[in-house]
Design a protein around this ligand. Structure first.
Ligand SMILES: CC(=O)SCCNC(=O)CCNC(=O)[C@H](O)C(C)(C)COP(=O)(O)OP(=O)(O)OC[C@H]1O[C@@H](n2cnc3c(N)ncnc32)[C@H](O)[C@@H]1OP(=O)(O)O
Length: 518
């Protein structure tokens, strides 16, 4: 590598050492201008040779530049070959200390500050001529170090062969980085591996990735090594019970229990309003009539009501008299009616488990009674899947609800009595058949919500057009008087019910009306 300037004044020796001053060792300048020129010339040499080295190693960017050297404490050894002209630079070797995380022979990660071979290049015209060995030996002498004590930064195949041939280095210690260290590396007194008697403990665990490496003292290492020899007995894992809101009782999904035919919890409190009291473990025969009513009533709730609706109904409906057979029969009737409306051709497994033969016989009697009461209601077709929802379920429900509402309106002087329907004390008591969203699948269908929450409040709206099944369009703000309702003379309670697609009445949640975006 020949340059445009005379290199002889720069290379007073065959191999010169250059540090961050960018002046070769032994260089003596008479004037400041000479020193500046020498620095510029050395910079040009380093950049040029570094570029050739990068090309020889197939690197996109040179490892060695004058700028990098100026900003570091690394050393560069340049080999010079004198001639009759400007002279030739034939080799370069850059070394320096680097802080590394390397594995030792035991696989333990150790942080060391070790001398490293960072760049090494001999011009192609001089390779395999012994120049490399000469340059490397000079460096080892100057650094007062052995070759196995150095870490090699991403060595090429040529350098690996070079080191094996000249220094017998072939036993590598596997590493996770690009550096190669050989056996004997950790016996080096030049390594600043220990920091205040501690060694960096690094593993490939997630903790290391999250929190970085940790220091381990020598004592801890001894303890850890002694623990590995002993049989480590890990303490048993204790399952901690859930606390806080996770410990709160979750509401049971009655529909999921029906679908999966899973056993439900048993309510031990007779007056409990829990919706999941499908009593498998307490046979009805052992209970009183009142308990029977409770259980059946809760079964009815289990099938057709969510807990909030049921609570409101419990407040509206007075409890039957203890010992009265009427309550049990009413509950059975409602249960039977609900089963009919769900097109349940056969009782479910839970249902069979629940009822004794006596109750089943009683149930059949109530079915006959119910059929007489609802003889005018068209019978739905047999449904092969009793749990699937069909539109005729809702149509039947709406027809029944409409019929019952009209009946209740006739029997009641106040419109509020819709939510306070006839009780077991009253003759001709009929439990209203109400469908929830669990049965219809419609989110905005909810029976009794408007009547229970705002029995006398004016919730009026105009239904501009019927947009389909169970949907209405409100075209004026809430509170404005309804022309249609005033003309038709409907009462307040009727105003909270919208008309379904078939002209029958449906019920909509209050949240439906309060959504201004709708
Ligand atoms: C950390 C780093 O810098 S890694 C990058 C190392 N640099 C390079 O790969 C650049 C291209 N190669 C070179 O510059 C040189 O080959 C060097 C610096 C590796 C060695 O310099 P040389 O003057 O050739 O070394 P020297 O002549 O003293 O030793 C020769 C030995 O090096 C190895 N070697 C040198 N050149 C080659 C080569 N082209 N292919 C295989 N091995 C080679 C061989 O072991 C060879 O011994 P052999 O000739 O008996 O097979």
């Amino acid at each position: 590598m020949e340059f445009r300037f005379n290199c002889h004044p720069l290379f007073r020796q065959r191999i010169v050492l250059i540090n961050n001053s960018l002046l070769p060792t032994g260089f003596v300048a008479q004037h400041r201008r000479e020193a500046l020129d020498a620095t510029a010339q050395i910079s040009e040499i380093i950049n040029f040779v570094g570029q050739l080295s990068a090309q020889a190693q197939g690197l996109s960017n040179p490892v060695t530049t004058s700028q990098k050297l100026r900003n570091s404490d690394h050393h560069i050894y340049l080999m010079f070959e004198s001639n009759q002209k400007h002279g030739l630079v034939v080799g370069i070797l850059k070394v320096g200390r680097k802080s590394l995380y390397v594995f030792d022979q035991n696989g333990e990660t150790v942080n060391v500050t070790a001398p490293c071979v960072l760049d090494f290049y001999v011009h192609e015209s001089r390779q395999r001529g012994g120049l490399g060995r000469e340059l490397f030996d000079h460096m080892l002498k100057e650094e007062n170090i052995h070759p196995e004590e150095m870490a090699i930064d991403r060595p090429s195949e040529k350098l690996l062969g070079f080191l094996q041939k000249h220094y017998g280095l072939y036993k590598k210690i596997p590493q996770m980085n690009n550096f190669v260290v050989y056996e004997g590396f950790f016996a080096n007194k030049h390594h600043a591996s220990d920091i205040d008697g501690r060694r960096m403990h690094i593993t490939a665990s997630p903790n290391t990735n999250l929190f970085g490496p940790t220091f381990t003292t020598v004592g801890e290492q001894l303890r850890s090594s002694s623990q590995t020899r002993q049989q480590v007995v890990s303490p048993p894992v204790v399952q901690q019970p859930p606390v806080g809101r996770y410990a709160a009782k979750r509401p049971s999904c009655s529909m999921a229990q029906i679908i999966h035919n899973s056993p439900t919890t048993v309510s031990t409190e007779p007056n409990s309003t829990s919706s999941s009291t499908n009593n498998h473990h307490a046979p009805p025969a052992a209970s009183t009539n009142n308990n029977d009513y409770e259980n059946h009533h809760h079964d009815h709730d289990h099938l057709h009501h969510d807990s909030a609706e049921f609570d409101r109904e419990q407040e509206a409906d007075p409890e039957p008299q203890p010992g009265s057979n009427n309550g049990d029969g009413v509950a059975e009737e409602v249960l039977t009616a609900n089963m009919r409306n769900l097109s349940m051709s056969e009782p479910t497994g839970d249902y069979i488990d629940y009822h004794t033969d006596h109750h089943h016989h009683q149930l059949q009697q109530q079915q006959v009674k119910f059929a007489d009461d609802y003889a005018d209601i068209p019978e739905p077709e047999a449904d092969p899947d009793p749990y699937s929802f069909h539109p005729h379920h809702l149509e039947l429900s709406q027809q029944q609800q409409h019929q019952e509402m009209m009946t209740n309106r006739e029997n009641s002087a106040s419109p509020q009595s819709i939510s306070q329907q006839q009780t077991p004390e009253h003759p001709g008591f009929k439990k209203p058949i109400r469908y929830t969203k669990q049965h219809t699948g419609l989110k905005n269908m909810s029976s009794g919500v408007g009547a229970a929450v705002m029995p006398s409040g004016k919730m009026e709206f105009d239904q501009e057009e019927n947009e389909g099944f169970g949907s209405v369009k409100i075209n004026r703000p809430i509170g404005k008087s309804s022309t249609r309702n005033s003309l038709s003379g409907d009462n307040d309670n009727e105003s909270v019910h919208s008309k379904g697609s078939d002209g029958s009445h449906g019920h909509f949640d209050l949240k439906f009306y309060h959504n201004k975006l709708w």
